[in-house]
Design a protein around this ligand. Structure first.
Ligand code: PMP
Length: 446
């Protein structure tokens, strides 16, 4: 069955298939961290639906919440009508948001994907400011629909001005740390204030507090506060894309809480639906200049997702899973950093909470432009992912050239499971290093 399903998938599904290529698994059962394939193999899932599964697969509170709605006879499809299920979701969501933000906020239920909410955020700030340009960052990922894609790092768009996202490793200014972040902020300020910069006043700035797909790049808290001050002083709405960082993932319920920044708009999806599709924007009520019907969509009322989401948000809040993510994440990060001492191919280990990245490099090759960091090693990263899979561990690749091994385990991860994940990863790394095609510089981008 396993082989036949995979064969039919590759014959029938589009060439844009992504995860299915590097993870040839046919999941048939799942619980918590574990997925079982049709071939009977079991895997520890550190991809978690690209960071969606805050509580892992099929958590009892999530299943219970879904069953309760079904058993109650409540309608499953209601467009954007009010229901007790939706009312409970909004109440729980607002209770988790910073008070200063939630006390004067509105919510818009969007189409079901993160990218739908990003589009809604852009439309909102464009309508409210009467401007069209946007500020976005290098390495960003906001989705695959046209506007969201244009704001992502790989795209070009005349309405998007690209700013340097601060990074310690491969810092665009070659200095890293606080100084690199300071230079990034100064560049932003300069662009906005220089009448000859070629940048019209923007409708908004969008940023991820920790870039996910871009290779796990945490923004320094001081830089986040600078971005808030710069945008506030110039009446530019700040949009925090917390699609991936939200619901405890980074060690705070919302990643903006690390810096204390209150944005104008928050874009939320993934974990808020408790593993089912749900996406919203929450924003400062003064921005709500929309006319009735200005932003619509058939699938804005997914009752099962709202119920699953309410249960997830409440469970994370009541069990202090954000704090747990901070502690456990720090421990895993330390162990992985220790690994870097024995493996020169580990160029950098970074992250926040349970959002962790390991950047693989070719230490024997010289960096392009003679920068201090060795060039990335995509062939090695792909081999590590495959060796992890052979050892029953699912990891994701991200970042420039897909050379950052990413870990996004559920926040319910136990200490023992965390140890097993790191052990398997260390083993996979050692095995990949020994592979002939990964030992030499052919795997790197020069
Ligand atoms: N924003 C961020 C930060 C994301 O990580 C993602 C998805 N990885 C999106 C937006 C887009 O979400 P979706 O894939 O649900 O459209």
């Amino acid at each position: 069955m396993h082989e036949a399903i995979l064969r039919r998938q590759s014959l029938r599904e589009s060439a844009a298939r992504t995860y299915a290529r590097s993870l040839p698994i046919v999941p048939v059962r799942a619980r918590g961290l574990t997925i079982e394939g049709a071939d009977g193999r079991r895997y520890l899932d550190c991809l978690s639906g690209a960071g969606t599964l805050a509580l892992g697969h099929n958590h009892p509170v999530v299943l219970e919440a879904i069953k309760k709605v079904i058993d109650s006879g409540a309608p499953l499809h209601v467009l954007d009508l009010a229901t007790p299920v939706k009312d409970a979701f909004t109440t729980e969501l607002f209770a988790t948001l910073p008070r200063r933000f939630a006390d004067n906020a509105r919510i818009q239920f969007c189409g079901p994907a993160g990218t739908d909410a990003v589009e809604a955020a852009f439309k909102l700030v464009r309508g409210a400011t009467g401007r069209s340009g946007l500020l976005a960052f290098t390495g960003a990922y906001h989705g695959m629909t046209e506007g969201a894609l244009a704001a992502s790092g790989g795209a070009e768009d005349v309405r998007v001005t690209r700013l340097p996202f601060p990074r310690d490793y491969r810092c665009p200014f070659g200095v890293g740390g606080e100084r690199g972040a300071e230079l990034s902020a100064r560049w932003t300020e300069n662009l906005l204030d220089d009448p000859k910069a070629g940048t019209a006043a923007p409708a908004g700035m969008i940023l991820e507090p920790v870039q996910g797909e871009g290779g796990v790049n945490p923004a320094p808290d001081s830089w986040m506060r600078r971005m808030r001050a710069i945008t506030e002083d110039r009446s530019v709405p700040l949009i925090a894309d917390e699609v991936q960082t939200g619901v405890g993932r980074t060690g705070a319920f919302w990643a903006i809480e690390h810096s204390g920044v209150v944005p104008d708009v928050m874009v939320l999806s993934k974990a808020i639906g408790g593993s089912l599709p749900l996406a919203v924007i929450v924003y400062r009520s003064e921005l709500d200049t929309w006319q009735p019907g200005a932003h619509a969509g058939t699938f804005r009322g997914n009752q099962l997702a709202m119920a699953a989401g309410t249960a997830t948000l409440a469970f994370v809040r009541e069990n202090r899973l954000a704090e747990r993510a901070a502690t456990l994440g720090a421990r895993m990060l330390a162990r992985l950093q220790a690994l870097a001492t024995d493996h020169p191919v580990v160029g950098d280990v970074r992250g926040r909470g349970l959002m962790i990245g390991i950047e693989l490099v070719d230490p024997e090759a010289t960096a392009p432009g003679d920068g201090p960091e060795p060039p990335p090693a995509p062939a090695l990263a792909a081999a590590v992912q495959q060796e992890c899979l052979r050892r029953g561990l699912i990891v994701e690749l991200g970042g420039r050239h897909s050379t950052v091994v990413r870990l996004l385990p559920p926040l319910t991860l136990t200490d023992e499971q965390a140890t097993a994940v790191v052990d398997r990863l260390a083993d996979a790394l050692a095995a990949a290093e020994r592979l002939p095609h990964c030992r030499i510089t052919t795997g790197s981008i020069r």
